[in-house]
Ligand binder design. Structure first.
Ligand SMILES: [Zn+2]
Length: 236
């Protein structure tokens, strides 16, 4: 083992220790996945969801970690990353995944797009996280008061088209919320329906995410963020 490799391994093992993982697991892993220390193979995706939601509880309670650890994490993660969860969130300035779940550098792989709709680029990003970084939990995170959902709701209701390039968001989102609009449901109901549609689309997106979801190796869930309280409520 070269000196640099030995040093790298020491850093990885230290990262595993800090992440609560087992250093022995990381030593046995191949180069590509050695960084997967924050989600060792024995930890179920359901436990990872518990870890994510525990972070949200901290956010609600305004319980933030010591930011001095950021510098340490930067060093530990210089050569590798192993985010334990991937988030598909909205671009809304008030819904910031790493804050909402009180997670630091290297913990979350995040794709954000207005209305949290999964197009091919978003799916490709999430696939990368699952396939190459070992992520075994994906959460689609919608939120109350979503401007994109409001705009598409209104366009569907009035049978009009949003201008380019918003029309692309409408094309992706409209099928998922059409039932709510037809039933004259609330915008909050449309937000939920949009999250459900995104979760369903991801769960059936081959090859990477669908196969992971079918095997149980990957959990895909939805959540809705409450603007006032900071709470994320899981959506079934
Ligand atoms: Zn939004």
């Amino acid at each position: 083992m070269s000196e640099s490799t030995s040093h790298d391994r020491m850093l990885f093992n230290r990262a595993a220790f800090l992440a609560g993982g087992a250093a022995t697991i990381t030593a046995a892993l191949p180069e590509r996945s050695r960084g997967a220390t924050s989600a060792p193979a024995g930890v179920t995706p359901e436990r990872l969801l518990g870890r994510l939601m525990a972070g949200n509880k901290r956010f609600i309670d305004n319980d933030f970690p010591n930011v001095n650890r950021f510098a340490e994490k930067r060093e530990l993660l210089e050569a590798s990353q192993a985010p334990f969860a991937a988030i598909l969130g909205c671009s809304d300035s008030r819904v910031i995944p790493n804050l909402v779940f009180v997670q630091g550098i290297g913990d979350l792989f995040v794709a954000r797009v207005a209305g949290n709709v999964p197009d091919d680029l978003v799916i490709a990003s999430l696939e990368y996280s699952v396939e190459h970084l070992g992520t075994r939990l994906i959460m689609v995170l919608g939120h109350e008061g979503c401007g994109a959902v409001k705009a598409v709701y209104s366009a569907v209701e009035t049978n009009t088209s949003l201008p380019p390039h918003l029309a692309e968001i409408q094309r992706l989102m409209a099928p998922g919320i059409a039932g709510v609009v037809k039933a004259r449901g609330t915008e909050d109901a449309a937000v939920e329906a949009n999250v459900r549609a995104a979760v369903a689309k991801l769960r059936t997106s081959p090859p990477v995410i669908a196969s992971g979801a079918v095997s149980g190796r990957l959990l895909v869930v939805g959540g809705v963020y409450r603007l006032r309280t900071g709470e994320v409520r899981l959506v079934e």
